[in-house]
Each structure stands twice: as C-alpha cells, then as structure tokens.
Design a protein around this ligand. Structure first.
Ligand code: ATP
Ligand code: MG
Length: 839
C-alpha cells in the first residue's frame, strides 16, 4: 500500500483535469517521435503553469493531468496560463475545474467531486477551460461565459458550467438529448458488468440486448448507467421508456413519439411518422421492465429495429423476449465487495458508520447480494445492527425456504420485503398497500385524497425504501420500485380494498382532469395544467379503464372530454383521436359531454389533415350546441358554428361568426376564447390579403394576453404579428417579435411553433442583409422539421420562400452557414438569432 500523501491539499480543494484533444490523430499527423516530443513539451509547459500557482500533481497518466489546488483562484489562473502557453499548438488540451471537499486517504482523494471534475473536463473541447459553479463561487473577477446547465455522463443532476474567456467552441459533449432519470443515490461497483454491457451497446451488430435477472438485482440501474456511459455512441439520443405503468405494448410508440417530439402530419399515421423520424438515426431506446408485456412487445421492438438500421434497443426484463436478434446479458448478483460497499454506502447515507465486523459480509451473503434486499435491510440500520438484521432475516428466510417452488433469489427478495413490511406500523401498512392503486406514482395531494395519507407516514415509507420520491416537472412524486409495487398490489387485493380504492382513484383523477380542463379553458397559462395531465396520464388511463370495465360511461366520457388540449399541446393526435372515438361510441346521449368530445375530435382531425371527419364533427358539434343552447353557453355555440364554417371553406360566413363569437367571449371574459377569436380573424384577414386589419387584431391581442399571462396565446400572437408584417413588406422590422415568439414557444415546449417563429426571424435577418444569420437559422429549422417528421405547412412554406427570396444568391458563405445551422438544435438557433457574434 502507498504511504499517505501528506503533500496533497486538504479541506476545500479545487481539482483540475486536463486531456489532450485528438491524441490519435496527432500521433498519426506528427509521427511517433514528433508526438512524443510535442507531448513532452506540453507537459513541461503545463507543469510550469501549475506549480507557479500552487498546484500539486495527484496523478498523471499518458497525456492527462490530475492536479489539486489549495485555492480556486490559483487553479483558474493556472488553467488560463496553461491554455495560453499551449495556444501556438500543435497540442490542444481540454481543462475542467471543480471545487469540493474530498476525503484524503492513503490512496489519494476519494469522493464524487473527483469524478465530477474529470467529467467536466471530458465535456469540453481542446483549448476550452470549463469551470463548475462551485469553483466560480470560490473565485473572483474572472472573465466567464455562462454555458447553462448540462447533464454530464455520470447521470447525476445537471451542473451549471462556465467557460473561461469568450472564445467560441462547439456545443459541450454532455448528455443533452436524453430523458434518462437522475437516480437519487450514487452508482456502486459493477465494473466488469458495466464494461461488458457498454462494449455490447457500442457494437453496431448488437441491435437488441436484453438484461435479464431476478427482481431487484439491479437491471434497471445498470442499464441506465450503461446507457449514460455510452452516450457518445448515440448522437441522436438516449430514450428511456418505463414499461411498468403500461398495460398495452401499443403505447410504446406513443410514449416514444412523445419523447422525441414526433408530430403527426396531414394523414400520416403516428407509426409511420415515428419510423420516418427514426430513419438512419443512431439512438438508444431503453425499454425498462418489460416482463409483463413480453409477447406483445415483440412486434413493437421489431418495428423499432426496422425503422432504422442504426437504432439499438436495450431491454430490462426478468425474462428474455425470445426473438432471434436478441442478445442476452444475464445479470448476476453483486460481488461480495460490491454488495458490502453498497450496504455501507446506504448506511453512510443514514449517518450510520459500520465497523469492519463480519456481520455485514454475512448479511450480504444471506440476502443473496441482491441490491434491493440489501437496500431494504440497510434502511433499518438506525434500529438494528448488521448482526441483529442477520439474525432476524435469517429466521424469516429459513421459514420460507423449503416451502414454495420459487427461484431462491425471488424468495429472498420476497422474504425481505415481507419482513420490512411487517415492521411497519398498522397505519403505515394500510397506506403502503393503498398506494399500490396508483400507476407510475402519485403526487402528495393524490395520496392524501385517495389513500388518506399523512405526510409523516409517507416520509416513513420513503425512509424504509418501500417508497421512492422524485422531483418532477410540476411537483414531487411518490412511486414504488416494481418488485415492491407488485407486493403492495397483492396486499391491497388481499385486504379486499381494491374495488373501493380504484373507485376513489378514478374519482380523484376525474376531478383533476376536469379542473385542469377548466383552468385551460379559463385561459390560465397552459404549461402547468398540461404538464400535470401529462405526469398523471397513466393514472388517467387507469381511471378510464375502470370506467370501461364497470360500465361507468360518464367517467370515461368526462375524463376524455377534458383531455383534448393536452393532446393538442403535445401533438398526440392519434392517441387523442382513439380515446375520443371510443368515448363517442360508448354512449350516443346527445348531451354537453358529447358536444365537447365532438369539438375535440374536430380539432384533432383537422390537425391530422382529415377534413371530412373534421367538418362532420364540427357540424355535429355546432348542431348539438344549438339544441343544447341554455346548457352550453353562447360562446361555445358560436365558436362551434364559426369553426364549422371555416372548415367548410365558407370564409365570409366564418368571419361573421368569429366576430359574433368574439363578442360572446368578451362578454364571458373568456381569455383564451378572446385570443382565439382575434387570431382566427387575423388569419382570415391575411388569407384575404387584408394585412392591415390582421395586424390591428394581433396588436390589440398582444397586451391583452400578456396581462393575463397566457403564454401559449402570446406565442401565437407574436408569430401572427411577425407573419403579418412580413406579408406587408416590413420583414426587416419583425426580428424582435419573432424572437420573443420563439422564446415563448420554447417555454411551452411547442417545437413546431418555435420553428415557425425562427423562420420569421430568419426572414428578418435576410431583409436586413444578415445573410449568414438567416441561413444558419433556416438550416437549423429545416433539420428540426426533418427530425420531427413534420414538413412545413402552407403558411410556414410561404415564410420560408420569402426568406430564401430575400437571401438571394449569396454564394458559398450562405451554404456554409446553412450547413452549420443544420447542426444546431432549436435552442441554439434561437441563440444564433440574437448573438452579436454572427454577422
Ligand atoms: N450498482 C448499483 N448501485 C447503486 N444502487 C443500485 C445498484 N444496483 C441496484 N441498485 C439499487 O437497488 C434497487 C433495485 O435495483 P433495480 O431497480 O435496478 O432492480 P431491477 O433488477 O430493475 O428490479 P425489477 O426487476 O424489480 O425491476 C434500486 O433502488 C437501485 O437503485
Ligand atoms: Mg427494473
């Protein structure tokens, strides 16, 4: 063993990692000898810079330095000096800085901050110095560019990164295109498995890889980790689809389309749109917890593999899928070392430090080194020592063995869950089984209303690892690991409470859906209600399923009628349409619910390009509104008629009706309604070349929607305004509105509207003679529409043509900028629309 490194700074330390960019290529270009010489020179220059500022070399491997500095300013100054010294070339290094309080041991530094620092360096480019927020906080007066938040490949929460100096570099090599969840605890051990899995994933011949193993053995966790580690091999992203909440394999493409932002277009079915989007893409799809869908999943997986020859599907499942292309990876239990490190790490999280007693090792063995069982046991370490845990759990296991004909690991896990459950107070046990009624977890409010949960009981379950908590888009959610959820569901059924709980669950979600729909109709900002519905879509699905099972048509119809704005906002037309058609078929009653269902169907069918259905649904909705007058309000009636006329192409009638509808909306003070009427009138005015009128309407609408915080309406208004001005020949004046519109629509996550606003910004740039900027943006929106599988519609095409016309024939500089733009995502294109560095 090495001696203790007394030379290493301790306490708060700033780490600096360096790495030579493109060393293989340099070796090739310079030859072995030339490269060795350049490398030696680079080492000398770096060492001079580092020692001048108090840096201590911790480790140097090949062409990478790991240096520790006692102060952050020293590290920043050294990084700056080193970069300057290397500027003449040929070697360029990326440098990462991060400050933390590591443990100094006989083997050097220990702690997550060391890994963080290395990951930060790896995200950069040659000549770039990346600085973490902790280092920035400990430095003063440094010239930095804020690069925003990035997820690094260690899968931890995003890190805000800064760049030293203001040179331009390509985007960071971080985990940007991914929806991999952030685990709440660090990953432990599993080095050989991780390496094997990564090698398989990187192998283009491995198209379908299934990680199998007992429940709770760590399949999901390892798969997530491997996906993150190999992200460089999947430039088109890593997509995690949790299958456990899904009852129908056909929902897999729906979920995937939603994640990828694939939008349905004129008469193109979702499956096809998705396939087109995936074509030639190199991406990884992680289908997690597939065991309950196995047979039905095979076709979906085939569909994915056929959509692109470069897609890799990673599955976790207790059983294999059993298709010919499948590679298997059977995950064993943890090794002795990993199991004990995992157990100790869990203990440390509770503030319990374990001595080197034999108890831990024996307990790990007894629990078959199954992480989930170890985690459940470890969560009781405040009460029991490892020896006591061993004794109590052993008694259980002995009792259980011999009996059932189960996989022994399954028995171990089951016994551990049972044991953990039996230690709960009776109130906690009741809550635990009741929470099984939720699909894919729930919010605190849902747990309180449906299960009479008390906060301290929920926290108790989280402490005991029987419940997980994660932060979500709108509010935190409580959820269960799959093996635990199954156990809780059994208990719920055994207690005879299932029917009652499902009814309470359905009632809660019906009310939630109605409340969100009401808030959307009233013109509240859309993002929160839509995200709320999205987060609970599996619960809403389960509530509808109960309605179908028990013949509660009202439940099905009311939930369905509440969701159209969610489907429209998220471009989920096929999904929405199938719900709506089902609800309409279920019950022919000519009531207000039917009117709302028809009106939702009309809009969705219209967006799908299915004009026949759109016209007949909107006609029927209008007729129904007429008959129900008194029940439905005047606004709804007129709107239905105006839309029906518009869809039939009767423009004059439509305009008259929209005017009347506007009056009704004003009378009812319906914010979204008022905005929708004005923008529909503006669109009609533009179609009939009365652009001045269109502009007036949009101008009038803008302060109105702003004062009400109607983000979505504001984005549409800004787009209409800019578009109208382009038609009026004032393209050079629309940049501000177009950019503001794009900002708003990124805020609500509407990619197609963002692309449209950016095209308007590109038109403005072209009109101002900023050819490079214009071409960069047009390249980016072109690529984004291709990626979405959504070619520009008529008005989008009109604006793009105008931009191209203004761009004229500007030769090669435009072509180059266009190509650069194609590499940008919409957010970077938005930055390019305003950056001072372009033009
Ligand atoms: N290597 C690891 N490092 C840290 N935590 C781990 C590791 N492996 C597993 N765990 C933890 O153990 C628990 C069970 O693991 P996981 O959910 O991955 O099991 P699984 O095999 O997917 O189970 P199931 O079949 O029920 O889905 C989780 O809380 C997970 O975070
Ligand atoms: Mg799993």
């Amino acid at each position: 063993m090495e001696s203790v490194r007394h030379d290493l700074p301790s306490g708060t330390v700033t780490f600096l990692f360096t790495d030579v960019e493109g060393s293989t290529k340099l070796l090739h270009d310079l030859g072995a000898e030339g490269y060795a010489r350049a490398l030696a020179e680079h080492r000398r220059l770096l060492r001079d810079a580092f020692t001048a500022h108090g840096g201590v070399e911790v480790d140097t491997q090949g062409d990478a330095f790991f240096i520790a500095f006692p102060t952050a300013p020293g590290a920043v100054a050294a990084a700056d000096e080193a970069t300057r010294a290397l500027a003449p070339g040929p070697i360029r290094v990326r440098i990462g800085l991060h400050t933390g309080a590591p443990l100094v041991t006989d083997e050097g530094y220990v702690g997550v901050d060391v890994h963080r620092a290395a990951r930060i360096a790896a995200a950069g480019h040659g000549g770039q110095v990346l600085v973490s927020a902790t280092t920035v906080a400990a430095s003063e007066d440094v010239d930095l560019v804020d690069l925003g938040e990035h997820r690094l490949k260690d899968l931890a929460a995003p890190e805000r990164l800064y760049q030293l100096g203001d040179d331009e570099f390509p985007p960071l090599k971080a985990l940007s295109v991914s929806n991999l969840p952030v685990p709440a605890t660090p990953f432990v051990g599993r080095e050989p498995e991780l390496e094997q899995l990564c090698t398989l994933l990187r192998d283009p011949d491995v198209r379908l890889l299934t990680v199998t193993g007992a429940g709770g053995i760590g399949k999901t966790r390892l798969a997530l980790q491997a996906a993150a580690e190999t992200s460089a091999a999947f430039p088109d992203g890593l997509w995690w689809v949790a299958l456990a909440p899904l009852t129908d394999p056909a929902l897999v493409p729906v979920a995937l389309a939603q994640m990828l932002g694939v939008r349905e277009e004129e008469g193109v079915p979702l499956a096809q749109a998705l396939a087109e989007r995936l074509e030639n893409r190199r991406l990884l799809v992680l289908l997690d917890n597939a065991e309950h869908l196995l047979r039905g999943l095979v076709d979906e997986v085939r569909g994915l593999l056929e959509a692109s020859a470069r897609i890799t599907v990673l599955v976790t499942s207790r059983e294999r899928l059993d298709v010919s292309a499948e590679h298997l990876f059977a995950l064993p239990p943890m090794t002795r070392e990993d199991a004990s490190a995992f157990f100790r790490a869990r203990a440390a999280m509770l503030g319990v430090s374990l001595d080197r007693s034999a108890g831990v090792a024996a307990l790990c063995e007894r629990l078959d080194r199954l992480p989930l069982a170890l985690q459940l046991a470890a969560s009781r370490l405040r009460t029991f020592s490892p020896e006591q845990l061993l004794e109590r759990l052993s008694r259980r296991l002995d009792l259980l063995k011999g009996g059932r004909d189960l996989d022994p690991r399954q028995q171990t896990l089951r016994a551990t869950i049972e044991w953990s459950h039996d230690l709960l107070s009776p109130e906690e046990q009741t809550l635990f089984r009741r929470l099984a009624v939720f699909v894919d977890g729930c919010t605190l409010a849902a747990a309180e209303t449906v299960c009479d949960a008390q906060t301290d009981q929920l926290e108790g379950l989280v402490d005991k690892s029987l419940l997980q908590r994660r932060d979500d888009a709108v509010e935190p959610r409580f959820w269960m690991l799959e093996s635990i959820h199954e156990f809780a569901a059994e208990r719920l059924a055994a207690a005879g409470e299932e029917a009652d709980l499902r009814a309470r669950h359905a009632l809660y979600f019906r009310e939630l859906a109605e409340r969100m729909a009401g808030s959307l109709r009233a013109g509240d900002p859309e993002e929160t209600p839509v995200a709320t519905l999205e987060a609970d879509i599996d619960n809403l699905r389960a509530a509808v399923a109960l309605g179908l099972e028990t013949g509660d048509n009202e439940l099905v119809r009311e939930i369905t009628a509440a969701l159209p704005l969610y489907w429209l906002d998220r471009d989920l037309y096929a999904e929405g349409r199938s719900w709506l058609e089902r609800a309409l078929e279920l019950d022919p009653a000519e009531d207000d619910a039917r009117r709302r269902l028809l009106s939702g169907l009309a809009t969705i069918a219209y967006r799908q390009g299915d004009h026949d259905v759109a016209v007949s649904a909107s006609d029927e909705a209008a007729a129904l509104a007429m008959r129900l007058l008194g029940v439905a309000d005047r606004f709804q009636l007129l709107k239905a008629q105006a839309r029906a006329a518009g869809m039939r192409g009767e423009l004059e009638t439509a305009e008259g009706l929209w005017r009347e509808t506007l009056e009704a909306a004003l009378e009812a003070d319906n914010g979204v309604g008022i905005s929708a009427c004005r923008l529909n009138l503006a669109a009609l005015a533009n179609t009939t070349r009365r652009h001045e009128l269109a502009e007036e309407l949009a101008q009038e609408n803008l302060p109105f929607v702003r004062s009400r915080g109607q983000t979505r309406c504001e984005a549409y208004t800004l787009a209409t305004l800019a578009q109208t001005r382009v038609y009026r020949g004032q393209a050079e004046d629309v940049a501000d509105d177009a950019v503001a519109g794009a900002r708003r629509s990124t805020q609500i996550g509407n990619n197609s509207l963002t692309a449209f606003c950016l095209d308007l910004a590109a038109t403005a740039a072209a009109a101002r003679g900023e050819a490079r900027r214009s071409a960069t943006i047009l390249g980016a929106t072109e690529a984004a529409r291709e990626a979405m599988g959504a070619p520009p519609d008529e008005q989008e095409e009109a604006i793009r043509s105008r931009a191209l016309e203004l761009l004229g024939r500007d030769g090669s500089s435009v072509a180059e900028a266009w190509a650069e733009g194609r590499e940008l995502d919409l957010e970077s294109a938005l930055a390019a629309a305003t950056s001072d560095r372009i033009e």
